[in-house]
Design a protein around this ligand. Sequence first.
Ligand code: ZN
Length: 246
Amino acid sequence: MKDQQLLRYARHILLPQVDVEGQQQLLSSHVMIIGLGGLGSPVAQYLAASGVGRLSLVDPDQVELSNLQRQLVHSDQTLGQNKVDSARQSLQGINPDVALQTFAVAADEAWLLEHLQQVDVVVDCSDNAGVRYAINRACLARQTPWVSGAAVAMNGQLVVFDPRQADSPCYRCLYAQLPDQPGQCADSGILAPVVGTVGSLQAVETLKVLLSLPLPVGSLLTYDALSSDWRRWQLQRQPDCEDCGR
Ligand SMILES: [Zn+2]
């Protein structure tokens, strides 16, 4: 590591769970972020600032005025641009060390299978179940861990899936069949910092995967912003699951 990097990452290196070795590990890691909206913003910002060496940004949409209330990686100056291009500009300003690849596409299972080869972790910051089922199947096939977040209105939730662990449930074990219903925030609204809270937790769990720290695999964490309650629910792997059942 160069002197400038030792200085940039000094507060990470002070942590015994990270140290110089862990920071090197982050610098040589590759994370794919699917969705550069309210969840993807803090995920991308924290992972870039943390020195994750390579980030693949995936989102087919453009920046709209109604996004700016909560999608902090974008700005008034990038209205109308592809979200991945807008995010790239912003992230380059945070940390020029990070290699950024952009894909203005809607990720489906075939696309993911093709692009997951060298990805260490996928972060699901999408807003619909169809994409999550695609990520689930592709990550099961490629044995890639993924961190799923969701937020709507005043509620958020987070799950870490790790297909490398035999007893890890998958997304379909949790939700056997959800309707493909994009854009829930457009219908129900969302309190801005709730996505920031969930996205920040996704960034934490992603760094833990990269640093090989213990993970809350197989549990669902829920956040109710109205009552300020956090709850953890233990999930079970379903033996007859369509996606991961044997
Ligand atoms: Zn399953």
